[in-house]
Design a protein around this ligand. Sequence first.
Ligand code: HEM
Length: 238
Amino acid sequence: MKRDQSPVLPGDGATDYARYMRTEALLDLQRHPGEVLHRDELLFQVAHQSTELWLKLAEAELTEAVHRVDAGDPAGAESLLTRATLAVRLVTDQLEIFRHLSPAAFQTMQPALGNGSGAESPGWRRVQAASRQLGRAFTEHLATRGATPATFRPTDPTDPAHRLAEAMLEWDERVSLWRVRHLQVALRIGGHAPAGTPGSPATMLAKLTGHRFFPELWQARVATADTPTCAHSRPDSP
Ligand code: HEM
């Protein structure tokens, strides 16, 4: 028997899929072909808008992770943080699409962007605020165990706090990797002065690649590094 596909949900759209996903509004959020300065504005807007959506998810997961840590549930926080980290990996991957945007196309569309800059991205701003909250919550959680991020020695992989600390390090690393890729995109398309030129956007972006939300967790890692993990650093290696 044929499945009844007539819509039952309220809202705009001919199908329940369209009504639930709000595809009419979503697909109307990009500039129309008649108003663009360059047809690659679609590529540019889709990459940015989809990034904002993934970052919306990342921020929601980070915020809930903070609540879980505050409630004494680092294991619950870890699984949420892992999802946020995957979202950042996905937005890093999608920077690949900019290999198909030429500097000339970008310059043509630039007047359409006004004074806009990715630095104004609400998604990145909220993710950064939530990351700082996570650092605060974890520090308070460790204090209940008589530790600090700088003195915490994650040596027991079955300890939820150990696992959360590892997930926080990965979060920091993945955000930095996004910044490394984004710097290359900016240099390749934006035509900026090379990183190192005093006061240039590229120099600012290059500096940000070294930013860490949880620097003490990284420092604690140095303090615990008793075994070389690189074969070349062993005293007996050639
Ligand atoms: C054509 C592609 C892109 C170019 C040429 C580009 C270029 C730049 C430049 C030059 C800056 C330095 C600040 C400024 O001068 O405005 C910047 C910052 C920034 N951009 Fe982009 N960008 C691109 C794509 C993206 C995408 C897809 C996002 C995702 C939302 C993004 C997010 C950011 C953020 C968050 C910053 C602040 C720096 C940071 O937090 O690391 N950009 N971008």
